[in-house]
Design a protein around this ligand. Sequence first.
Ligand SMILES: O=C[C@H](O)COP(=O)(O)O
Length: 544
Amino acid sequence: MSTTANFTGTLESHFVEESNIPEQFRVQPLHQREYLVGGEIKTWDGPVTEVYSPLYIKQNGQLKKKLLGSYPLGTEKEAMEALDAAVAAYNNGQGEWPTMSVKDRIACMENFVYRMVQQREQVVKLLMWEIAKSYADSTKEFDRTVEYINATIDALKETDRQSSRFEIKEGVVAQIRRSPLGVVLSMGPFNYPLNETFTTLIPALIMGNTILFKAPKHGVLLHSYLLKAFQESFPKGVVNTIYGRGAVITPPVMQSGKVDVLAFIGSSKVANDLKKRHPKINRLRAVLSLDAKNAAIVTQHADLKVAVSECVLGSLSFNGQRCTAIKIIFVHKSVAEAFTQLLSQAVNNLKYGMPWEAGVQITPVTEPDKPAYLQECIRDAEANGARVVNENGGATAGSFVFPAVVYPVNPKMKLYHEEQFGPVLPVVPFESIQEPIDYQINSSHGMQVSIFSNDAEEVASLIDPFVNLVSRVNINSLSQRGPDAFPFTGRKDSAEGTLSIADALRAFSIRSLVTTKMNDANKKLINEIVKNHNSGFLSTDFIF
Ligand SMILES: O=C[C@H](O)COP(=O)(O)O
């Protein structure tokens, strides 16, 4: 038996009998039948979709899929009903929610966060089981989401404070408001089913839009714990949930022409398909976070230890299943061998295991077809002259894939071009720094790049070319989205619109003006409106 075969057994040994899982991490199947439409929680009695965890369970020595529960296999009919409820609640901008004062909308959102936090333990546990994210990272995802919502509330308070002032220019007095856009179809990704979903859903909601929400298929059940919180915190029809196969229920929703904003995080293929279906595409706003193949560039002037530890973290956090992950590493040929050796050692020192194991860094991958796809990428690289450098790299057992460092990667290989979205690290040796620049110029992606070098002149000469090719240049550090207050976007097929906290509030609103000419009569009129009428003039602290 080969070493890798022995190692496969070692990997497999981490899948255990259910009775060997510590009790606080065990879950009972959750058969969700409820969906929220028009303010009512309805019970589904039609066919369902079963959800299986990527975390297999051992039974009599065999790996078995663990049933986590099921959710409604809704159809076009329910999706259209939910859409109509969102349209009715928006009511051409005349509904209760879009006309509600910012202060009152914030109060609804605070109520929601309060209720959401009550569900922390349940949501975190299901997050772990549904996508195989470590318990520690699942907890972080939940807490980061709560912080994101609270920061969004604070940012909106600031925006509101600004719009309560009057701008005076050339004799024209203007109040600049942030007004909602309409109905938002919100869809998040499987890798951050809570956090990323809420980075569009929450700002869209708080700006006064109404929502049609479809959860990702991996990470769908955890949202059932939040249905009641949505129902009890917002007016009827403001948040509506749809369940079913995306390919069946979302195209008719887009074809209806009733969606004003597509908020989607996932693949550019799906996003483009959905966008194209809208009959008046010029009226559709799209807020998208999509594909990315973020490069790291390690020059001969890099501190290799720093480069290695940042590349390991950047490539392998949540098994590389992050849009912001480093997905290709260019290394100057003079240091390529040394770097690759250090990288291999660091990868082999990572702690792998089940998500509940303390300190675990590598867990099973989420999507069932991912191990076969990654192995195919590795075979393709091997057929074109590369090899897996680290011991046991690429070994699989069930949904486990042990990270592989593949070297030397070249343009003939899938790993050079495709977004692997998994624990495989392609390393490309280069001679001229123009090679990684050309790679980025010719790439259909443009999210982030990481440059590793301690030579100021060299770093300075790389910042400008890359800033115009991607949306974030990281110096001697991994690529990542956070801190969440920073703008988060991308070029080409990587994104449309900018997320982050303040940017997302802008993305889901339009600046509209209330103006008048500056004269005594108007001054009197506006003063009276501010004093006696609640008409969006939220603060009386500055009257022209
Ligand atoms: O998948 C994309 C996420 O926004 C990545 O966020 P992160 O860089 O904080 O892991």
